[in-house]
Design a protein around this ligand. Structure first.
Ligand code: 5RP
Length: 235
């Protein structure tokens, strides 16, 4: 029994449930990270339990791996899987071109690696995540700890040179220390307000040596399933 859910959770569950129906026996499935992706893991686990769905899953974070294993899903590594049939993940923002900002849960690196190793990426979200222009959500970038302040300075100079609106950066913290990602790196959040040219920004950021990856997913997502609080979905 699922207890009374908030409208936001109902929307996430509706999107996750719909996406889970795209999964068939024999598929290798990438599992995203975050609260919406957690609903997907629960929906898939229910299908495995109740319908005998046989799938192999590649999680995008230790958090998702623990949840998936705990619910009895067959978890393998990306290298064991090779390529994946589909990855289903949440997003912090998506636009009309299905470009995304991801990384609110600090898992953007594994999420991008897994999504790009998949034949298809499906995003599940509630309608609040849909934007006309990306950038109101702070753009996360994963940076290596060595030379952090030097990398941060180079990022800020690059944003100035590109005349990006809003150039404040903040180091993501967990309690009193900088957050450490699953790959042992840190997250810089870029408060840009509005990203005029997302493909160009994504490419330029990754040219800075201390930047491992950025949270812009350009031309990676194939489909967005939007859930709403009344349990309906829209794709
Ligand atoms: C984690 C992510 C998440 O998919 C994103 O933050 C959305 O999370 P939620 O479903 O909890 O809103 O990119 O790195």
């Amino acid at each position: 029994m699922i207890p009374d859910l908030s409208p936001s959770d109902k929307a996430k569950l509706a999107a996750a449930k719909q996406a889970s129906l795209a999964i068939e026996t024999g598929m290798r499935v990438g599992l995203g990270t975050g609260s919406t992706a957690a609903w997907l893991v629960k929906c898939l686990a229910a299908r495995v339990r109740e319908e005998g769905l046989a799938i192999k899953c590649v999680p995008t974070s230790t958090q998702t791996a623990e949840l998936a294993r705990g619910l009895g899903l067959d978890v393998i590594t990306l290298d064991q899987a090779g390529t994946l049939d589909v990855t289903i993940d949440g997003a912090d923002e998506f636009d009309a071109h299905l470009n995304l900002i991801k990384g609110g849960g600090a898992a953007l690196l594994q999420e991008k690696i897994v999504a790009t190793a998949s034949a298809q990426m499906i995003v599940i979200a509630d309608s609040d995540k849909e934007v006309a222009t990306l950038g109101a959500f702070a753009l996360p970038i994963e940076v290596i700890p060595f030379g952090l302040e030097s990398t941060r300075k180079q990022v800020e100079e690059m944003l100035l040179a590109m005349e990006v609106e809003g150039r404040e950066t903040s180091l993501r913290m967990k309690e009193t220390a900088p957050l450490v990602t699953d790959e042992g790196n840190h997250i810089l959040d870029l408060h840009l307000k509005r990203i005029g040219n997302a493909p160009q920004l994504a490419m330029t950021l990754n040219q800075i040596p201390g930047v491992v990856e950025n949270g812009l997913f350009i031309d990676i997502c194939d489909r967005v399933i939007i859930g709403s609080g009344d349990g309906k979905v829209e794709t």
